[in-house]
Ligand binder design. Structure first.
Ligand code: 0L1
Ligand code: MG
Length: 261
């Protein structure tokens, strides 16, 4: 695919996001849309956003749970980029205006304070982590129907990222078994999604290792001072007005978000 087509995809997705108007999937009419083209389009989309003044502050891993991959009929983890305006404060309010079909999912975030490049180990990730935190990711696909798209469509659409919320920080995470943290997301007090931290790629730390590896295929890395959303432990739930979403993760402080119209 040539540069002009890639820029057009990035621009079209950016317009769809700003106008909250969904699009048909590009892969339904472009036959040679490769994974490399898709990450290139994602990168161009982020350049459009940073040219307007947004700052890159993080990265997200997506499709990290087996259930989620089956739900979306997609085959492997992917990544996206987080900017400052995507962050909603913990215990704050998310306004649904401007979203197309938003969903929310429970995650664990890592704050990485040293560069992580290429093939890294679990110990490398832990040594580079300043804190972990419970996190909520709000997804919003810019495609019609929010399902059955190809990996390339999703990657170009910045892996369906919309907003994210980082809960209270935990700096003494080294004493925790990060494979065995129960995660419960409640909506208006009812548990609607429940999993365990190992539902995130077998181990949320492995998800960070996979992110460094995916980035290395594009000669990139996880830079110091980056928030990493390691991925969801459960399926995502559609957001509706007047929801109070809370997330409880074993040994971490509870977090919440109010949703309004
Ligand atoms: O963060 C995620 O797991 C989302 C990845 C993209 C698939 C989707 O839109 O649900
Ligand atoms: Mg996610």
């Amino acid at each position: 695919m040539d540069e002009a087509q890639i820029l057009k995809i990035a621009q079209t997705l950016d317009d769809a996001r700003l106008k909250a108007t969904p699009l048909p999937q590009f892969s339904s009419f472009i036959k040679d849309f490769s994974r490399a083209d898709a990450y290139h389009a994602q990168e161009e989309g982020i350049k459009i956003r940073t040219s307007r003044g947004e700052k890159i502050i993080g990265l997200k891993m997506g499709l990290t749970s087996e259930g989620k991959r089956k739900q979306m009929n997609l085959d492997s983890p992917l990544y996206g980029v987080l900017t400052d305006i995507m962050e909603v404060p913990h215990a704050g309010t998310f306004n649904l205006k401007g979203s197309i079909h938003p969903k929310i999912e429970p995650e664990i975030a890592f704050y990485i304070n040293k560069d992580l490049k290429g093939k890294i180990t679990r110990d490398d990730v832990l040594a580079a982590t300043e804190y972990i935190a419970p996190a909520l990711e709000i997804l919003d696909s810019r495609y019609e129907g929010f399902k059955y798209f190809s990996m390339e469509d999703v990657i170009a659409d910045n892996s369906s990222s919309s907003h994210f919320i980082i809960g209270p920080k935990c700096t003494n995470f080294k004493s925790l078994n990060l494979l065995n943290l129960k995660m419960q997301m409640k909506i208006n007090g009812l548990v609607l999604a429940e999993g365990i931290s190992s539902d995130i790629s077998g181990d949320p730390v492995v998800s960070v290792i996979q992110l460094a590896e995916l980035l290395s295929f594009r000669d990139q890395f996880i830079p110091a001072n980056t928030i990493v959303l390691a991925g969801a432990a459960t399926l995502a739930i559609s957001l509706e007005p007047n929801m109070l979403v809370s997330l409880e993760v074993d040994n971490l402080e509870k977090m919440s978000l109010s949703v309004e119209e």
